[in-house]
Design a protein around this ligand. Structure first.
Ligand SMILES: Nc1nc2c(ncn2[C@@H]2O[C@H](COP(=O)(O)OP(=O)(O)OP(=O)(O)O)[C@@H](O)[C@H]2O)c(=O)[nH]1
Length: 391
């Protein structure tokens, strides 16, 4: 069942998943070989069954190491399986002893359980909610270690030494039942961890623009709502820049779509250099971007907008962003504003900047006036090209 579930979330984008899937598959094969131990030839029932199950454990260990972005020790794990198989053969053909063989098996699986648990504990800084998955894995590892070590102690020190794995004693049946669940349980735990990573990937993809890596329109709106709420609560200012690249289409037309893509990336990299760390840059669509500027009033936002406009204009002259300039509309939050009304004023200001010849910053009309933005408001707008304010 675990293997089928693992196939269901089949993705090689998550490091370690391939190894955990392999572990689940080898676990199935190993269990079948163990179960038919009495019917199969000794080589399959002893060496092959144990080697396959040890390989499953080793693959699980490597998978967990990769899941936590740690060195995998894949080669060491492979060598350990070979050494392990050689020991099984030695205690089968040269010094035939069930107790020695099963002690080797138990110590090997206990070591793997301890290794996975240690990896998890050492990577505690990477743990994120929900914690129950990691606790579940640690619990299974502890049971694995405890079970196997107790088994070795029992076999070596107990009253009667067992002679076969499938001996129908209560102790053997209990141990087999628990041990058979250990590997699939750990594979399942690995899948739960991977599932969490997949959800994070999806979240990250939804919140960021695939090309430039800045906030997506959806995430930008979400952050806007949050910042609006914060500004309304604290009474601190909040500004919005709406930015459109001028003359961007000719880059696509003259140099190709890839050059256009590179220009968009170059713009965002340069914008991030000019903006403060606490500003939020998002791509609204095509060649249109926007910035939420917390703790920023209209005057400061206008200064920042000009700094950005000048930087891009200079790059446009050097050929890094051939011919590109910026048109920017600026608005700030006023009492009773909604996300839509702040954006609407910035949009009207941006339209004004475009209409008046591009490469300029236009701020919203004094006092904001969220409603009725139209001809009148547009006429009162402040238009600046040099950075100094001229009405
Ligand atoms: N390379 C590339 N081009 C894009 C992408 N998204 C949108 N575009 C193009 O960007 C252009 C935007 O059109 P406009 O805003 O009219 O182009 P413009 O030349 O900047 O026009 P003005 O803003 O009026 O100066 C269109 O040609 C779109 O095809 C993208 O992700 N990559």
């Amino acid at each position: 069942m675990t293997f089928l579930v693992l196939l269901g979330v089949s993705t090689n984008r998550i490091d370690g998943m391939r190894q955990i899937r392999l572990a689940a598959l080898l676990g199935i094969v190993g269990n079948i070989l163990y179960a038919f131990g009495r019917e199969l030839p000794p080589l399959l029932a002893y060496e092959a069954a144990n080697a396959v199950y040890a390989a499953a454990s080793a693959s699980l260990f490597v998978g967990y190491r990769l899941l936590f972005k740690r060195r995998a020790y894949a080669r060491a794990a492979a060598v350990s399986v070979l050494v392990f198989t050689a020991l099984i053969a030695i205690f089968h053909y040269w010094f035939d002893s069930f107790v020695a063989r099963s002690s080797v098996v138990s110590l090997y699986h206990a070591a793997v359980g301890a290794g996975i648990a240690l990896t998890l504990i050492r990577c505690r800084s990477q743990w994120d909610r929900p914690f129950y998955v990691k606790r579940f894995i640690l619990f299974v590892c502890s049971m694995k270690v405890l079970g196997h070590v107790t088994r070795v102690a029992w076999q070596l020190l107990g009253p009667a030494q067992p002679t076969s794995l499938l001996q129908p004693s209560p102790g053997a049946i209990f141990f087999l039942s628990v041990a058979t669940v250990g590997l699939p349980a750990l594979a399942f735990g690995g899948m739960l961890l991977a599932h969490r990573r997949i959800v994070e990937f999806a979240q990250e993809a939804a919140d960021h623009d695939y090309l430039t890596g800045v906030l997506s329109r959806r995430a930008f709106s979400k952050i806007g709502e949050r910042e609006l709420g914060r500004a309304a609560r604290t009474g601190r200012p909040l500004a919005l820049l709406l930015i459109d690249l001028d003359h961007f289409k000719p880059i696509n037309d003259n140099y190709g779509h890839d050059a256009g893509d590179r220009a968009l990336v170059a713009f965002t990299l340069n914008a991030e250099k000019v903006l403060r760390g606490m500003d939020f840059l998002g791509r609204i669509g095509g060649d249109e971007f926007a910035v939420w500027m917390p703790e920023t009033d209209l005057a400061a936002a206008t200064v920042a907008a000009h700094r950005l406009r000048r930087r891009v204009a200079a790059l446009g002259r050097t050929g890094a962003l051939p011919g590109v300039t910026l048109s920017i509309g600026v608005s700030v939050l006023h009492d009773g504003d909604s996300l839509e009304s702040v954006m609407k004023r910035a949009d009207v200001a941006l339209y004004e900047a475009k209409r008046n010849g591009r490469d300029q910053v236009v701020t919203e009309p004094e006092g904001g006036q969220p409603a009725g933005i139209g001809e009148c408001a547009t006429l009162q707008m402040t238009r600046t090209k040099t950075g100094s304010t001229a009405t």
